[in-house]
Design a protein around this ligand. Structure first.
Ligand code: ATP
Length: 499
């Protein structure tokens, strides 16, 4: 039997008691919501913040559900001009519920740290004005609380969501396996939970991807991080203690770390390994910063040949920067703060870029894409028959392809797919290659039909979801009557389109 829907959606918690982890955060939120039952609390809005995939949005909806409140959601992809915000959130906050039932409407402002576009310029002010006078509860959601305008933050109760603990994730994966009638062993579940690094959504997506039939086998789960760490330490020893540049360079080719990662390993360990010898450190960072320039060029131009210069600079640079043989052992540490920060930002940008491409392609909203369609594409990309066409259709960069397939690195297969897609696009636009053009278009359109079919399969099932949300606003105009019809089936939640 085919899978009815993405499990992350299917098992979205509908009540607070189903939300895994973050008990303190849930308690604070509940307390704040209870205050609304008697009075208008001092803080009329809360910001739920924390990394993606740990349940912030689900919690807001579960809260509304538990309190019998309607939800009005505004997305960052909506045009949040001051006028629109005032009209929608302002009027909602003053008029109260149209449907009675506790009389409250929960205004959910997603991606509140993403108000950077021109349309949003007046948005931050409008949001803070709305919060000041609202008599309805407002929940803002953000990955990075520091990205939220301070005028807004000052008005809000900040509630931080932490990464969910491995054992809680493992328990919830087990529950899903039970409900889906999947045979699973503890080791596989543990591994999935551990690899997800606190992100429940990824854990569920990985589980679904790894299951084949009704079985979950450990060998179907992507390789663990631990092996990588063991070998990286050997390479770092050659970089920081060796004398042979080639030896150090060759060692890096054998490990599962891209130069993008390597630069962070070196950055993290350089000061300690050079025993705080200022000239050596200065020289080391000089080379590292030059390597970083090449990495930036690789990112901008997608020219992976430039990686070699980055590699030579960062690795050779360390070998030549060391002025003496330092005695004694200093432990290597994995890259911490900066890497996490940079990767989070870069990953988010990558994720949003991909979502926006898929959204345009399917006439769906970015939010809808992120929760429903991206995982579908991840699955389709596993199939070589689809992968090239999808990559060409969406004009995916290699990095985007790597991200979307969930691969931890740029593999040969992905490079091949990307190259084929590129030549398909080139053939498509070359004026003198009509024959190639027509055959590739034909192939593309037939595959396109298939991917649409797959999507409609998912969409059809979506209608059975109790938690279907107003985030389904399309990113581009669609047939309005069809859209309205879909909206009218869902009376409980409102969006921009309902006004
Ligand atoms: N704490 C959690 N408890 C139960 N399920 C969760 C939890 N966190 C995430 N999930 C699962 O992951 C899916 C996505 O979660 P949700 O959208 O709430 O995450 P988020 O933190 O708001 O992420 P984003 O910042 O990307 O919007 C949910 O549908 C649910 O299946």
């Amino acid at each position: 039997m085919s899978e009815p829907i993405e499990w992350a959606e299917k098992y979205r918690p509908s009540t607070l008691s189903d939300v895994v982890g973050n008990k303190k955060a849930l308690e604070s939120l509940k307390k704040w919501a209870e205050e609304w039952l008697d009075n208008v609390p001092e803080k009329r809005a809360v910001i739920l913040h924390g990394r993606a995939g740990i349940g912030k949005t689900s919690t807001a909806y579960a809260l509304a559900n538990d309190f019998g409140w309607e939800v009005i959601e505004l997305n960052a992809s909506d045009q949040r001009t001051a006028e629109v915000i005032n009209k929608i959130a302002g009027s909602a906050s003053k008029t109260g519920s149209l449907f009675g039932s506790g009389g409250k409407r929960l205004i959910v402002l997603d991606e509140a740290d993403n108000l950077h576009g021109t349309n949003d310029r007046g948005g931050a002010r409008a949001i803070s004005e709305t919060i000041k006078k609202t008599d309805q509860p407002v929940v803002l959601i953000a990955n990075d609380v520091y990205g939220v305008a301070s005028s807004i933050r000052n008005q809000c109760l900040e509630i931080k969501f932490n990464n969910v603990q491995t054992r809680s994730i493992a328990a919830s994966l087990k529950k899903i396996c039970k409900k889906e009638d999947i045979n699973c062993d503890d080791e596989s579940i543990e591994k999935l939970a551990q690899d997800s690094d606190g992100d429940v959504r990824s854990a569920i997506n990985d589980l679904q991807a790894a299951v084949s039939g009704n079985e979950l086998h450990i060998e179907d789960i992507a390789t663990s991080q631990r092996d990588t760490e063991e070998s990286i330490f050997k390479v770092l020893t050659k970089i920081f203690k060796g004398h042979d540049i080639n030896d150090a360079l060759n060692a890096t080719y054998g490990i599962d770390e891209s130069p993008e990662d390597m630069v962070h390993w070196i950055d993290e360990n350089l000061p300690a390994q050079f025993k705080h010898e200022i000239d050596d450190i200065k020289s080391g960072y000089g080379y590292l910063s030059k390597a970083d320039i090449y990495l930036g060029r690789v990112r901008n131009r997608q020219n992976y040949r430039l990686w070699r210069y980055a590699n030579i600079l960062m690795i050779g640079g360390m070998v030549v920067s060391r002025s003496q043989n330092y005695k004694g052992f200093i432990k290597f540490s994995p890259p911490s703060y900066w890497r996490k920060l940079g990767q989070m930002r870069a990953k988010r940008d990558l994720r949003d870029n991909i979502a926006s491409k898929i959204a345009q392609h399917n006439y769906k909203s970015i939010r809808h894409v992120r929760s429903n369609l991206t995982p579908v594409y991840t699955k389709l990309l596993k199939d070589d028959d689809y992968a090239v066409d999808i990559t060409a259709d969406l004009n995916l960069s290699l990095d985007e392809l790597v991200y979307l397939t969930g691969s931890k690195k740029t593999t040969k297969r992905l490079k091949n797919i990307h190259q084929k897609a590129e030549s398909m696009v080139e053939n498509f636009s070359a004026p003198d290659s009509f024959s190639t053009y027509s055959s590739s278009t034909k192939k593309t359109s037939s595959k396109k039909k298939n991917s649409k079919l797959d999507e409609s399969k998912f969409n059809k099932n979506e209608n059975t979801q109790t938690t279907s949300k107003t985030e389904d606003e399309p990113s581009q105009p669609v047939d309005q009557s069809e859209y309205n019809e879909k909206k009218s089936q869902d009376k409980s939640q409102k969006s921009l389109f309902d006004f």
